[in-house]
Design a binder for this molecule. Structure first.
Ligand SMILES: Cc1cc2nc3c(=O)[nH]c(=O)nc-3n(C[C@H](O)[C@H](O)[C@H](O)COP(=O)(O)OP(=O)(O)OC[C@H]3O[C@@H](n4cnc5c(N)ncnc54)[C@H](O)[C@@H]3O)c2cc1C
Length: 498
C-alpha cells in the first residue's frame, strides 16, 4: 500500500525561488551594500534609469544569481543583477549594455539543468522574477498573455479556475517560469500526447538586437505571415534576445484520466512494455518510467512505499473520454503484462494515482539529498527505448557506477542521472565518461543529445556531434542577425567562431 508523504508537494533543497529568499536583502536598507551599489551602478551607469531596488550588486546576493541547477557547469559572479518591471526597462538595459559590449544573461527561476542561465564574466543578469503578471486570459479565444516571470504552476492554476488548461508541465512547474520554459522549449509529463511548450506559443514580445522591442507571431488560431520568428525564439536559451511577454494557446480542461501502473524486474522489461504501448497505437496522456534507485531515494526521504513493490515502475495515464478511455487503459495494461510486469493494475483510487505521480516528481530533489546530481537528457526514437535502457545498464556496469534512470518514456526522453556524493569527485569523472558514451549511443540510435533541457553549457560538444558544420553556420548567421553586438548569453549553445 502506498504511503502518502507528510507534504506531497515536490520540495527541493533550494528555496522555491532562490532569488525570492534573498530579495529583501537587495533593498536600499542594506547600508553596507550601498557604496558598492553606487560604485558598480556608476561603472555600468545602470542606476541612471533603474531605481535602486531594481538593481542588485551586493556580492553575497550576486552569488545567488550566478548559476542554475546544472552540476558542473562553469559560471562567474555577475557584475550586477537587474530585476526589471516592464519591457521599457529591459529595452533600456539592453541598449545600454549593447553600447558597452556588456554581456546580458536572462534568468527565470534558475531551475535549468544545462547551465543556460549561468552568469558569464562581467555580465549583467536580467532576472525576470518581478515581471510576473498574468496580463490576460481569454476564455473564448483560448489564449493567455503573460509576462515571462509567471511561474508555470500559477498559470496552470489560473487557467483551471476558468475551465482552461495550459498543458506543458515540466516537473519543475512549481518553480520554473514561462519565460524559462519558452526559452528552453520545456517538456513534461503530458507531452507524449499534448506536445511541448513550442506547441502552445502563439506569439511573443521580445527585446532583440541593440534594444529593439519587437512582436513575433500572432493571437489568431491560424497565421502564416512571414518566417516563424516566434518559433525561432522558442528554445533559443536567451541567445537571440529577451522574451518580455508571451501569448500562449490554451486547451479546454483535460478529461478525467485513468492511471495504469506496472512494476518490472529490470529496465529492459519496462523498455519492452513501452515499445508495446507505442506499437499498440494508444497515445497515453503520460507514460513515465522510474527505476529502483529513484524509487529508493524517494522512500528514504519520504517513506511512501513506492520501492517495496518492484524494481522499475511504469506509470501511464489515458484521458480519452468514456468507454474509449477504458479501452485505452485495458490495452496499456495488456502491454505491461505481455512485457512481463511483476505487478500491474489499473488504479481505482485517484489519490493513490496522484501520489505515484507525486513520487515521480520528488525523484530529483530526493537524489539531490544524496549528493550533486549529474543529469543527462537524451531522446531516442520510441521503439529504441528498450535498447537504450539496456545500453544504459551496460554502460553503468562498464564504468563501475550506478546510474539512476527516470524517463518520459512515452517520448523516448531518458534522464540517466549519476549522484556524486560530497567529496567523491571520481564518481563525477566516471559519470561524465559514462554520459559521453550514452550520448554517442543515443546519436547513433537516431536520437538527440537533449530532449528538453537544452544545450546551455553542458551539451555544446553534443550539439556539434549532432548537427553538421553547415547547420552550425546557419545558427551563427541567425545569431548575428538577432544579436549584432554579441551580448545575449555569449558562449552558450554553440561557440561564435569555432
Ligand atoms: C527538479 C527539476 C525538474 C525538472 N523537470 C523538467 C521537465 O520535466 N521538463 C523540462 O523541460 N525541464 C525540466 N527541468 C529543467 C528546467 O526546469 C527547465 O529547463 C525550465 O524551463 C527552466 O525554467 P526557469 O524559469 O528556471 O529558467 P532558467 O533556468 O532561469 O533559464 C533557462 C534558460 O532560459 C533563458 N531565459 C530565461 N528567461 C528568459 C527570458 N525571459 N528571455 C530569454 N531567455 C530566457 C536563460 O537564459 C536560460 O538559458 C527540471 C529542473 C529541475 C530542477
Amino acid at each position: 500500500m502506498l504511503r502518502r508523504p507528510p507534504d506531497a508537494r515536490p520540495q527541493a533543497r533550494r528555496p522555491a525561488r532562490p532569488e525570492a529568499a534573498t530579495r529583501s536583502r537587495a533593498r536600499p536598507s542594506s547600508a553596507a551594500a550601498a557604496p558598492r551599489r553606487r560604485a558598480i551602478g556608476a561603472a555600468l551607469q545602470l542606476d541612471a534609469f533603474l531605481p535602486a531596488d531594481r538593481l542588485v550588486t551586493d556580492p553575497g546576493e550576486l552569488a545567488s544569481y550566478a548559476h542554475d541547477e546544472a552540476h558542473g557547469a562553469p559560471h562567474a559572479a555577475p557584475l550586477a543583477v537587474v530585476r526589471p518591471r516592464e519591457t521599457a526597462d529591459v529595452a533600456a538595459i539592453v541598449a545600454h549594455c549593447a553600447e558597452r559590449g556588456t554581456p546580458v544573461v536572462a534568468r527565470g527561476a534558475g531551475t535549468g539543468l544545462a547551465g543556460g542561465a549561468n552568469a558569464v564574466p562581467r555580465c549583467v543578469v536580467i532576472s525576470f522574477d518581478a515581471m510576473d503578471e498574468i496580463v490576460e486570459i481569454d476564455a473564448a479565444e483560448r489564449l493567455a498573455v503573460v509576462q515571462p516571470g509567471v511561474v508555470n504552476e500559477q498559470l496552470r492554476e489560473a487557467c483551471a479556475q476558468r475551465g482552461l488548461w495550459y498543458p506543458p508541465d515540466p516537473a519543475s512547474a512549481p518553480r520554473s517560469t514561462i519565460g524559462g520554459n519558452v526559452a528552453t522549449n520545456a517538456g513534461g509529463v503530458c507531452c507524449v500526447k499534448y506536445g511541448v511548450t513550442r506547441d502552445y506559443v502563439l506569439g511573443m514580445e521580445a527585446v532583440v538586437r541593440r534594444g529593439e522591442v519587437v512582436r513575433f507571431g500572432r493571437r489568431t488560431a491560424k497565421g502564416v505571415a512571414g518566417y516563424d520568428l516566434a518559433g525561432l525564439m522558442v528554445g533559443s536559451e536567451g541567445t537571440l534576445g529577451l522574451i518580455t511577454e508571451v501569448t500562449l494557446r490554451l486547451r479546454s480542461v483535460q478529461a478525467v484520466e485513468r492511471t495504469v501502473i506496472g512494476y518490472f524486474d529490470d529496465l529492459a522489461g519496462a523498455g519492452r512494455a513501452v515499445a508495446r504501448v507505442v506499437e499498440s497505437r494508444v497515445v497515453p496522456s503520460a507514460l513515465e518510467l522510474v527505476d529502483r534507485y529513484c524509487l529508493r531515494a524517494v522512500d528514504e526521504w519520504r517513506q511512501m512505499g513506492v520501492s517495496d513493490r518492484g524494481n522499475v515502475l511504469l506509470l501511464a495515464r489515458c484521458d480519452a473520454p468514456g468507454l474509449a478511455g477504458d479501452e485505452e487503459a485495458d490495452t496499456i495494461l495488456a502491454c505491461f503484462d505481455a512485457a512481463g510486469a511483476t505487478e500491474s493494475a489499473r488504479s481505482g483510487d485517484p489519490d493513490e494515482a496522484d501520489d505515484l505521480f507525486t513520487a515521480r516528481r520528488l525523484v530529483y530533489p530526493a537524489l539531490e539529498r544524496l549528493g550533486a546530481v549529474l543529469t543527462e537528457d537524451i531522446c531516442v526514437p520510441r521503439m529504441r527505448v528498450p535498447d537504450m535502457l539496456e545500453r544504459i545498464d551496460r554502460t553503468a556496469a562498464e564504468h563501475g557506477i550506478y546510474i539512476a534512470t527516470l524517463a518520459h518514456a512515452g517520448d523516448g526522453n531518458i534522464h540517466p542521472m549519476v549522484v556524486v556524493p560530497p567529496g567523491d569527485e571520481r564518481a563525477g569523472e566516471r559519470g561524465r565518461a559514462a554520459f559521453a558514451q550514452i550520448v554517442d549511443e543515443a546519436i547513433a540510435a537516431g536520437g538527440t543529445v537533449t530532449g528538453e533541457h537544452g544545450i546551455g553549457l553542458l551539451k555544446m560538444r553534443g550539439l556539434t556531434k549532432e548537427v553538421s558544420a553547415a547547420v552550425l553556420s546557419l545558427h551563427r548567421g541567425i545569431k548575428a542577425t538577432f544579436d549584432p553586438a554579441g551580448i545575449f548569453n555569449p558562449g552558450k549553445v554553440f561557440s561564435w567562431d569555432g
